[in-house]
Design a protein around this ligand. Structure first.
Ligand code: FNS
Length: 500
């Protein structure tokens, strides 16, 4: 065929560069050429990003968003054109006006030992991460009120410590879905790990292994699912976070494969029938990566929806309670609904037969003005206790957990454990595995001290009498300062302009 290479030949950069338009479109990924002329029409991230790199090496942009097996899985073999002689390819770096200053900031960043708590990692990550990666990880929906409320809700809960209890030996280990863990937190599912670190989610796997905590593997990981499972040690427990695909055959395949690979929990995300509107993310360079989920949204849909939208057009917005029996029928893994936000749905989850819920608003990235997970927990537990249902399912909370005291408050109120997201992403992005390791160790040190100071030596001694939650439902949210107004009316300097 015209485009077929004799075995030993490699394409030159010049030859690939000829295929640089809508009618004839090749890209180079990891030193190989791919004909994406037809595929670009159905690319979930929209076709503009592909055309932007038509005829060029797209590896750097491609890498953080796509697991390594993406092209083998989704691009017909006949479109895999073969090897490219990369010496002949003109490397085109995506111009980033901030890159020079960022490299300077990296040289001046604090050493790891100067990070004393999880918020320190956020402060460092903000300075040293690429803007697009920082935007994706740090963004919340709309005015980010819920994202801030998630953390400040813990500041409305005060302790009622007890005294004169023997707290010489502290044991804060517990079990989660039957797995023994060192400390009651798990690494929650957060997409696109390679935006923050070239190795991606496997860094979190190694940190989780070292501290004997569970990692929840995201559907939208940068690493492939099998890479993440292979990075785990024998006996290391992982869970799967599932975005349900409109095509249930794909979903069934994913579930069965996860079970076969040893996952010990299926966390179905139920708070994201469509990914939230995260404006920091939308402003970053992904703004040219509109996705076909907007196409279905009709002409006037805003296409600059950032990375989130670019990778989530497959999610099924029709998912509903009637689907749950099917999930219970296709797997033996315990099923947990992630993103439950009111007691009525916890009752329904128990009645429909799932094994747990995560009280969560997706880190404030979905519905703004959703209540914090911890506030919902305070609503849920008294109702379950009234029915003597408190042991019918395991209840987790995530969102805004930054201190061991946050964890202790959640456990006092009846949570089995908490999920932690951004802190480990920021620790990984700033310092790699040593950062994640230190972040987890800091939480263990804080846990030991605070359990001692609250007067408990074991997790099962934590109970509602040890906290005062009277202030919890007071949403004395200061009127949000108009950050959008301050920035959005500035003449948006086009980075390309700045470079001239
Ligand atoms: C920070 C972050 C969170 C994401 C996340 C990506 C990032 C960068 N992504 S998202 O791209 O779709 O929004 C996921 C995801 O893949 N699936 C999911 O169930 N939750 C996702 N979450 C939510 C996460 O599982 C927790 O609910 C949330 O992070 C907890 O809040 P903290 O970050 O404050 O700990």
């Amino acid at each position: 065929e015209p485009n077929k290479l004799p075995k030993e030949k490699k394409w030159s950069g010049e030859e690939v560069a000829k295929h640089n338009n809508d009618k004839d479109c090749w890209v180079i990924i990891h030193g190989r050429a791919y004909d994406v002329t037809e595929f670009k029409e159905e690319h979930p991230g929209g076709k503009s990003i592909i055309l932007k790199w038509a005829g060029k090496d797209a590896t750097e942009t491609y890498e953080p968003i796509h697991p390594p097996d993406t092209l083998d899985k989704f691009l017909d073999k006949s479109k895999h054109m073969g090897e490219v002689n990369m010496d002949s390819v003109e490397q085109e770096k995506e111009f980033d006006p901030d890159e020079e200053e960022r490299q300077e900031r990296i040289k001046r960043m604090p050493i790891l030992e100067q990070c004393y708590n999880l918020m320190d990692f956020e402060a460092v990550a903000r300075r040293v991460m690429k803007k697009t990666a920082w935007a994706y990880y740090s963004s919340g929906a709309d005015d980010e009120i819920t994202m801030r409320e998630n953390h400040s809700a813990y500041h409305k809960i005060w302790f009622r410590p007890r005294i004169l209890h023997d707290v010489e030996k502290i044991d804060f280990s517990t079990t989660m879905l039957g797995t023994k863990v060192d400390i009651p937190f798990y690494v929650t599912a957060t997409a696109l790990g390679k935006l923050g670190n070239p190795e991606g989610e496997v860094i979190l796997t190694r940190g989780a292994r070292k501290h004997n905590v569970i990692q929840m593997i995201p559907t939208l990981a940068s690493c492939s699912f099998d890479e993440i499972v292979d990075a785990a040690e024998d006996g290391q427990v992982q869970w799967l976070q599932l975005y349900v695909n409109k095509d249930r055959a794909i979903t069934e395949r994913i579930i069965k494969h996860a079970e076969k690979r040893g996952c010990k929990g299926l966390f179905i995300t139920v708070d994201a029938p469509q990914l939230g509107r995260r404006e920091k993310d939308m402003r970053s360079k992904f703004s040219d990566v509109g996705s076909n989920v907007q196409e279905t949204g009709g002409e006037n849909t805003d296409r600059s929806q950032g990375a989130a939208r670019a990778i989530s057009s497959f999610i099924d917005p029709s998912l509903n309670w009637n689907d749950i029996p099917w999930f219970l029928s296709v797997t033996k893994m315990p099923i947990i609904l992630k993103g439950v936000q009111r007691v009525e749905d916890v009752i329904r989850a128990i009645e429909v037969g799932v094994q747990g819920v995560v009280l969560s608003n997706h880190g404030g990235r979905q519905l703004d003005f959703a209540r914090s997970g911890i506030e919902v927990l305070a609503e849920v537990m008294p109702v379950l206790r009234e029915r003597n249902w408190q042991d019918r399912i395991e209840i987790y909370v995530d969102g805004g957990v930054r201190r061991a005291t946050d964890m202790i408050k959640a456990l006092c109120l009846g949570a089995k454990g908490v999920g932690i997201g951004r802190p480990f992403l920021f620790a990984m992005s700033a310092y790699g595995l040593p950062g994640v390791d230190r972040a987890m160790q800091l939480l263990k040190d804080e846990m030991e001290m605070n359990m001692r100071l609250i007067g408990c030596s074991r997790i099962d001694q934590l109970n509602p009498t040890m906290v005062d939650t009277r202030g919890l439902s007071m949403h004395t949210t200061a009127v949000p300062s108009d950050t959008l107004g301050m920035s959005v009316y500035d003449p948006l300097v086009n980075p390309q302009e700045k470079a001239k």
